[in-house]
Design a protein around this ligand. Structure first.
Ligand code: PEP
Ligand code: MG
Length: 847
């Protein structure tokens, strides 16, 4: 390959054929700035193929490189120019070309101190980064530092410091090309999403030194706040007093008028006005919020580089929306620029990225947001703290359904065990509480009321901060940013809905959840897990009575006490959802979850049931199962103890009648969990139809309802064709379906998931991101068989994957009707749905 500088290295001009794919983003960006007539110093682009050839050992024609130094300051910089800015690259090398002769000339023009500073900086950088000499030998400072550095170089290399600028440049280019090719750089860029063989271009730029009689110096300027995205001019300017160059006599100025000190705006309003003008032009033409690097020479600005402004998620939303509002980009592009997951950072408090973090330990980031509170080790302690008005964080080995009230009373949850679909994770996401699970590094000592974490001992009552977005547990109260559910957020989601795409419903169990679902504009409730309603105050005793009943009649009696409360729950949900669809799942969990596990709890239960402790213990033992997740739960319970589903169906229908009388007509959707055989559906359907007829007769009114099936077992997916014959809808419960497809307990997977993912056994946690190859195939097969039987059957996903952007894209491409996820993930899902639709239109796929 030809590496001759003249043929391969293009001078960047408005008309040169500079391509991002061939020369990298920086070269392309500089060309755009030049096309805008911004004052960019003479720049050259070395194409990626040449850089690869140099890395492979092709010689560099030193003679040709000499041309780069013609005219100008005699100094050049070399910067990396990867295809994508986030892929990074080797560090910039400045002041290439300085030698004894130029040093003497600069000393005369700008003073020895400045010339020394430039030469010394280059010798040090060349010795360490290019010649790869020991950095410890090049820490020279003070008087004579330059001569000592030059002498050290000569002693180490057995030759004087290279004086030929072209040779210096050749060595710099070779070193940067090789650095990019090295194993560390490959790993680093792969971590940033770049392919291992991603190419690198290089940009050589004549250096503007900032020399002259008037205002001189260098700085950066940005036009939006990187944390909030608010329009605001900030940056820094290191000015050179009395016409001296970068280095000596420097004075830092604020950019805008500032009471803390002098500003560029006051010192040189014309220079400041130029910078603002360039900033506006760059934003409009580069269609992005930029950070501009500049040099000022005698009041004249040179723009030496412009990069995309690094920003937080909340700033990202605000910037994308304001670019679209200003007509710089179309709304669809604004939608595509925001990472859906980033919206989670706007919904909750966040640890301020500028604040210090005292890290104690890490776990799995199970529910986003941040909160500070005092450690409590039991649900009862959480409720007590809440009653005292003290924010608290519930720290448990793992949570169990009885902890629900403790979770409600806490501002965040931390568990030692569990994965992304463990009880703590699912409930916390539903409640919008920051949560970390699987924090293997903590040990809870309930007897001493302490917590050992990261080698420290914390006591119940000590203050910690949970960062559920990053999975970090911090000591003390970290500085938090408030949620940012502002006008920009609302606008972005309004555009998302206009883009169309798969429907988004919420998983909502309580009126509070339903209110959040409405606030985030879910199109309905896709999953109401009714069992959570049974843990509340007076319901638990009735539930336990039902479990202990000896006969169906006794069971019915206990259930009759729960019926009015269930009816009330459903009426409230229907009212809040105001005619939007509500899918209610019939009772699902194994009954033992409602029973106490410890001796004290059993004793209390015996007392409240007025039974001998031995009887209670015997009954509890009888209910225990080896693997309750595969035992008597879901529809199996519904068929074995049909009174439970009868009661629930009655509560749903009575609520339907009540709510329809007061407001919009309600058509409830009833969903049967854990089905694996068509006959299960037939049996339940017959009984529910009978309850519906009874309620119609008693209430002398008509209503309709839809009966559907939750596809959570591999067999249900495979038999979806015949199951569909009896169902108005199918909803894939991908939590259980993943558990059963992998044979992997969702509550225990957290113990080894980290190792499995890091060793590449699984590319991602399959409870978090849908396993498209395995579980996905069951989804596609099930949907296809169901649609062959009933072409218009509604198909959805209501497992946790319903809130995961990649999984939503899969459901969109599969032609499903909607996804349903925790209320706080609804905005993320709405944006992900819009992005899938836009991508589909661009590629001409489905839609
Ligand atoms: C599921 O299994 O995917 C589901 C939504 O139900 P749950 O998480 O309540 O088991
Ligand atoms: Mg399930």
């Amino acid at each position: 390959m030809d590496t001759r500088i003249t043929s391969e290295t293009a001078l960047i001009t408005p008309s040169a054929g500079i391509l991002r794919a061939r020369h990298g983003w920086r070269a392309k960006c500089l060309q755009r700035l030049i096309r805008m007539d911004l004052p960019v110093p003479r720049s050259f682009a070395l194409p990626c193929e040449t850089v690869s050839a140099i890395a492979a050992g092709r010689p560099l024609p030193v003679e040709d490189l000499r041309k780069v130094f013609d005219g100008g300051s005699g100094l050049v910089s070399v910067r990396p120019s990867a295809v994508m800015p986030e892929w990074g690259g080797p560090g910039t090398v400045l002041n290439v070309g300085i030698n004894d002769a130029l040093h003497a000339e600069l000393s005369a023009r700008m003073g020895a101190a400045n010339a020394d500073a430039i030469y010394l900086a280059f010798v040090q950088s060349y010795a360490i980064n290019i010649a790869r000499l020991d950095p410890d030998m090049f820490h020279h400072e003070g008087d004579g530092a330059l001569s000592r550095a030059l002498a050290a170089f000569e002693a180490e290399m057995d030759e004087p410091f290279p004086q030929d600028p072209a040779r210096q440049l050749a060595e710099v280019l070779r070193s940067m090309a090789r650095a990019w090719d090295g194993p560390t750089a490959r790993l680093l860029r792969q971590a940033k999403g770049a392919p291992a063989d991603a190419p690198l271009g290089l940009v050589i730029q004549e250096m503007a030194l900032g020399l002259g009689p008037g205002l001189c110096g260098s700085g950066t300027i940005q036009f939006a706040d990187p944390v909030t995205g608010t329009p605001r001019v900030t940056g820094r300017f290191r000015g050179q007093s009395h016409g001296t160059a970068v280095g000596a006599g420097a004075e830092t100025l604020y950019l805008t008028r500032d009471e803390r000190g002098p500003s560029l705006e006051d010192v040189s309003p014309e220079t400041f006005a130029d910078l603002i003008r360039f900033g506006i032009a760059a934003r409009e033409r580069l269609r992005e919020e930029m950070l501009i690097e500049f040099v000022v020479t005698d009041g004249q600005v040179s723009v030496i580089d412009a990069t995309r402004l690094a920003r937080t998620s909340r700033a990202g939303v605000r910037i994308a929306v304001s670019l679209a509002r200003d007509g710089v980009i179309p709304p669809e592009e604004a939608l595509m620029r925001v990472e859906p997951r980033a919206l989670a950072d706007l919904l909750h408090h966040q640890v301020d990225p500028r604040a210090p973090r005292d890290l104690i330990t890490r776990g799995i980031n199970a529910s986003p947001g941040a909160a500070t509170g005092r450690i409590v080790l039991t649900a009862a302690a959480a409720q007590a703290a809440n009653a005292r008005g003290e924010p608290c964080i519930l720290v448990r080995r793992e949570t169990v359904p009885e902890d629900i009230r403790g979770m409600h009373a806490s501002v965040a949850v931390l568990t030692e065990r569990g994965g992304t679909t463990s009880h703590a994770a699912v409930i916390a996401r539903g409640l919008g509480l920051p949560c970390i699970v699987g924090a293997n590094g903590i040990r809870i000592d309930l007897r001493n009321r302490t917590l050992i974490a990261g080698g420290r001992e914390l006591r119940e009552g000590d203050e910690i901060t949970i960062d559920g977005s990053s999975g970090e547990v911090l000591a003390g109260a970290a500085a938090l940013l408030p949620p940012a559910l502002d006008d920009n957020f609302t606008q972005l989601l309004a555009w998302a809905d206009e883009a169309g795409g798969i429907g988004v419903r919420a998983n909502a169990d309580t009126p509070e959840d339903a209110l959040v679902a409405r606030r985030f504009e879910a199109q309905g409730i896709g999953l109401c897990r009714t069992e959570h309603m049974f843990f509340d105050g007076e319901r638990l005793p009735a539930m336990r009575e039902m479990i202990f009943a000896d006969s169906p009649d006794d069971r019915r009696l206990a259930l009759a006490r729960i019926l009015p409360m269930q009816r009330e729950d459903f009426t409230r949900l229907f009212e809040i959802m105001a005619g939007l669809p509500v899918t209610i799942r019939l009772f699902d969990p194994p009954l033992h979850e409602f029973l106490p596990h410890d001796r004290e709890g059993l004793r209390e239960l015996a007392e409240s049931m007025d039974m001998p402790l031995s009887d209670v213990t015997r009954r509890v033992d009888a209910l225990s199962e080896f693997n309750p997740m595969l035992g008597m739960r879901g529809v199996r319970l519904g068929i074995t103890m049909p009174e439970i589903y009868d009661m629930q169906a009655r509560a749903i229908f009575e609520a339907t009648v009540d709510a329809s009388r007061k407001g919009d007509p309600v058509v409830p959707e009833i969903m049967i969990p854990l089905v694996s055989a068509m006959r299960e559906v037939e049996l339940v359907k017959t009984r529910i139809d009978a309850v519906a007829s009874a309620v119609r007769n008693e209430r002398r009114t008509e209503f309709t309802y839809k009966l559907g099936v939750m596809v959570e077992t591999p067999r249900a997916a495979l038999r979806a064709g015949d199951i569909a014959a009896h169902s108005a809808f199918l909803s894939f419960g991908t939590n259980d379906l993943t558990q059963m497809t992998y044979g992997l307990s969702r509550d225990d997977a957290g113990r080894f998931m980290g190792t499995y993912v890091s060793q590449g056994v699984y590319s991602e946690d399959p409870f978090h991101v849908l396993d498209q190859d395995g579980v996905g195939e069951l989804l596609l097969t099930g949907a296809q068989r169901a649609r062959r039987q009933s072409p218009h059957i509604t198909i959805s996903v209501c497992g946790e994957h319903g809130g995961n952007p990649e999984s939503i894209a899969f459901c969109h491409d599969a032609g499903f009707d909607y996804v349903s996820c925790s209320p706080f993930r609804v905005p993320i899902a709405r944006l992900a749905a819009a992005q899938s639709a836009i991508r589909g239109r661009l590629t001409g796929d489905f839609d």
